[in-house]
Design a binder for this molecule. Structure first.
Ligand code: ATP
Length: 514
């Protein structure tokens, strides 16, 4: 674990050193859980967004996009339940003066017990070898059975307390389980309180005072309140979807782990409107399709898993997360939820407007059911960045740091380098840049030795380096170096476009989703 934390620190440092992610307001000592994307970060982020947007809207003829405002009528958040129920239970430790989410403290505690169980199982697997029967072992081994029973008991009590909103019992679990503050090491806990995560601000200034508005905590509501507009103007027929990418804001109590949990972040959400009764079929469809989207990036199939929710939000009748193996364990990157007709019905109730769909095939009207896919751009960015980061030992005692980014997402696609800064090589290299730049993000680099220039490009994940040397002037060939294999091939300038395009285009990535 310590080693993993080390790697994570290195990734954070690398992200800053190479212009991917900077702490916000850094010259003023930063602003907690807010980050800025730098010159390479913004390109990677835009490419992730394009991959999502095009996969959703280009590949599905029944999905269209919108871009709704961050400010919305405050009653929307009353209708959606956010004003009353978008809370986290918080608890303070009186000694460290640190604030925690009570539910997270308990979940972490349960995860530690799971770790212990898994360690026992792994030890036994090694001991018994081929003949190991895991199910049998879990049932019959005394120590494991005891841990499993304890885990189940805590888990049941925890689920009950969360379902009942029983803050006293949440605190009591922390006391009974002797959970200590990781910083002070003490059990000196305050009461548990509810904390609403929405940021409030004021709009306008009239004689009666200003109106309280919220910074949206999710983009989804902008889709729901535009359901009628899009359905009517786009003459959409159910089933159909509306996609949106945009900023969301949550006043997270504990904001740790870099861009994993931020107070200002970006979401890519799609609401898919279906006939009541068809929702489970579509839930399955989107659950599978979204995982396919992730896997097509080639970050490693073993790094993903589903986590089906046992405890469902009051409006949902099915929910699952797609989790990714981050340097700090499997974590949620995307949620897929079957939200029934909750949101549209609520907006119908609060706005007094009829929000229904007339289904010509059934010759009747109904409130559509909704399947939602909701993914955080920043978490996606972190999963791509952390799985791409690699420190490699090379032959001859050399080493390099390379970002093995999926080529279609890389901020820079190719770098063109004259071997030396004379003899007309820079001019020739510029000519190549001037041609490639219309299709690919292309860098020109002439400073330092060629080895150093390669390392710089490796560190930001550039898939191709093109070197112009004296032979180029004679026969119009260059060396094309691949980032991952470091292999170099002599190719014709005329072939560059095709060779690069085949590997870096978003098009080839999208085709994998067919
Ligand atoms: P968590 O349980 O981690 O707080 P959540 O279940 O509240 O997440 P959702 O409300 O389902 O998250 O939001 C959908 C997606 O938005 C998440 O899967 C995640 O990728 C992203 N997201 C949510 N909160 C944050 C945040 N504070 N910072 C960055 N991304 C976030």
């Amino acid at each position: 674990m310590a080693q993993q934390e080390d790697v994570f620190k290195k990734i954070v440092a690398h992200a800053k050193e190479y212009g991917f992610v900077f702490p916000s307001s850094e010259i003023y000592d930063g602003l907690s859980a807010v980050y800025d994307y730098g010159q390479n970060g913004v390109e990677l982020k835009n490419n992730i967004k394009r991959y999502w947007w095009e996969a959703m809207t280009l590949l599905h003829e029944n999905i269209v996009g919108i871009d709704s405002a961050i400010f919305m009528h405050p009653t929307i958040w009353k209708a959606s339940g956010h004003v009353d129920a978008f809370n986290d239970p918080l608890i303070d430790n009186r000694d460290s003066k640190k604030r925690y989410r009570a539910d997270v403290l308990i979940e972490d505690h349960i995860a530690k017990i799971d770790d212990k169980i898994n360690k026992e199982v792994e030890k036994a697997r090694k001991r018994f070898g081929e003949s190991f029967d895991e199910a049998m072992f879990r049932q019959t081994n005394g120590r494991v059975a005891e841990l499993v029973a304890r885990r189940e008991a805590i888990h049941d009590r925890f689920s009950q307390a969360m379902n009942d909103n029983n803050l006293d019992d949440l605190r009591q679990i922390i006391i009974d389980e002797e959970i200590v503050d990781p910083i002070s090491g003490t059990k000196n806990w305050t009461e548990v309180r509810q904390f609403n995560l929405m940021f409030k601000t004021e709009m306008g200034s009239t004689a009666d005072g200003a109106m309280t508005v919220y910074l949206r905590p999710e983009t989804a509501q902008g889709i729901f309140v535009n359901y009628l507009n899009v359905q009517k103007t786009g003459r959409m027929r159910i089933p159909f979807g509306i996609a949106q990418i945009g900023k969301a804001f949550r006043n997270e109590i504990v904001a740790r782990q870099f861009i994993f949990r931020m107070r200002e972040f970006e979401q890519m959400e799609m609401q898919f409107f279906v006939r009541p009764g068809d929702e489970m079929k579509w839930f399955q469809y989107w659950k599978e399709w979204r995982l396919r989207w992730h896997k097509a990036l080639g970050l490693g199939d073993e790094k993903y898993r589903y986590h089906d929710h046992e405890k469902l939000a009051h409006y949902a009748n099915a929910a699952t997360d797609i989790e990714f193996l981050m340097p700090f364990g499997f974590k949620e990157v995307e949620g897929i939820h079957s939200r029934t007709d909750f949101d549209l019905s609520q907006h119908e109730k609060f706005s007094g407007k009829k929000i229904q769909y007339f289904d010509p095939e059934l010759n009747s009207s109904y409130t559509p059911y909704v399947i939602e896919t909701s993914i955080g751009v920043d978490r996606m960015f972190l999963s791509v960045l952390s799985s791409a980061y690699e420190e490699q030992k090379l032959e001859g005692g050399d080493s390099r740091v390379v970002l093995r980014l999926p080529a279609a997402l890389a901020p820079v696609k190719c770098a063109v380098m004259p071997l030396v800064r004379k003899d007309g090589l820079p001019e020739k290299a510029r000519e190549i840049v001037d041609d490639l730049k219309f299709d690919f993000s292309t860098h020109y680099d002439e400073k330092d030795s060629i080895g150093k220039r390669y390392r710089r490009q490796d560190a930001i994940g550039t898939p191709f380096c093109i070197t112009v040397d004296h032979q180029t002037l004679e026969d119009n060939t260059v060396t094309l170096r691949h980032r991952d294999s470091m292999e170099q091939a002599r190719v014709n300038i005329a072939d560059l476009h095709r060779l690069i395009h085949d590997e870096v285009s978003l098009n080839s990535l999208l085709r994998k989703l067919k």
